[in-house]
Design a protein around this ligand. Structure first.
Ligand code: E4P
Length: 214
């Protein structure tokens, strides 16, 4: 399973990349707004930092305008994936961009049938949001299993990118479903490394090392 980092913060991306945790990056307008910088500048910086797919989201909601924005974003770097919100206009834009060899990621997917439509439009990536579904009392991970089953049933090439990750169990469950990619906030990536028994073990080794004759 590939790990993408879910952030537009270049320092977080650098830190995660130096630890070998970054196969790609996802951004969205909320994450870019937190940087206080221009969208294009942020995306260019990320492209310089990471050798992997980088999702950059369009702001338009009408198909032709999304396609136009998609062209501009795709010009930035070969690794750019144009991120498009789920809607009929969004799928028109996906089909057009895909027919021209431009990679797309459909975001804000909350049902297995939406995911089927995403694949039929020819998207490279489909981003179902597990955390936001859990938040309202539904099972985000059940959605992932259903999408993976549907894509397998029909050999659909669209990859499942598990998004809206809140904690390490989401990452574990995503891996158990066989999802292609999971996009993870930096804080959750750090949580994946730690275990109290590891810390206890290291502390004990240091104590015991003092007893070894010099
Ligand atoms: C990634 O592509 C999504 O934009 C992101 O995972 C959304 O996460 P959130 O639900 O924590 O905002």
């Amino acid at each position: 399973m590939k790990f993408y980092i879910d952030t537009a913060d270049i320092e977080e991306i650098r830190a995660a990349n130096s630890r070998g945790w970054v196969d790609g990056v996802t951004t969205n307008p909320t994450l870019v707004a937190k940087t206080g910088r221009k969208h294009e500048d942020v995306i260019k910086d990320i492209c310089r930092e990471v050798n992997g797919l980088i999702s950059a989201e369009v702001l338009s909601t009408e198909a032709n305008a999304m396609v136009k924005e998609g062209y501009e974003l795709a010009k930035i770097h070969d690794n750019i994936v144009v991120k498009i919100p789920m809607s009929e206009d969004g799928l028109i834009a996906v089909k057009k961009l895909a027919s021209e060899g431009i990679k797309t990621n459909v975001t804000l997917v909350f049902s297995p049938i939406q995911a089927l439509m995403v694949a039929k439009a020819g998207a490279t990536l489909c981003s179902p949001f597990v955390g936001r579904l859990d938040d309202i009392g539904y099972s985000g991970m059940n959605l992932i299993s259903q999408i993976i089953q549907i894509y397998k049933n029909y050999d659909l090439p669209t990859q499942v990118l598990v998004a809206s990750i809140r904690h390490p169990i989401h990452v574990l469950d995503a891996a158990m479903t066989g999802a292609h990619i999971v996009t993870i906030p930096y804080k959750v990536m750090q949580q994946l490394v730690n275990h109290p028994l590891t810390d206890k073990g290291i502390a004990q080794f240091l104590v015991d090392a003092q007893k070894v004759p010099q």
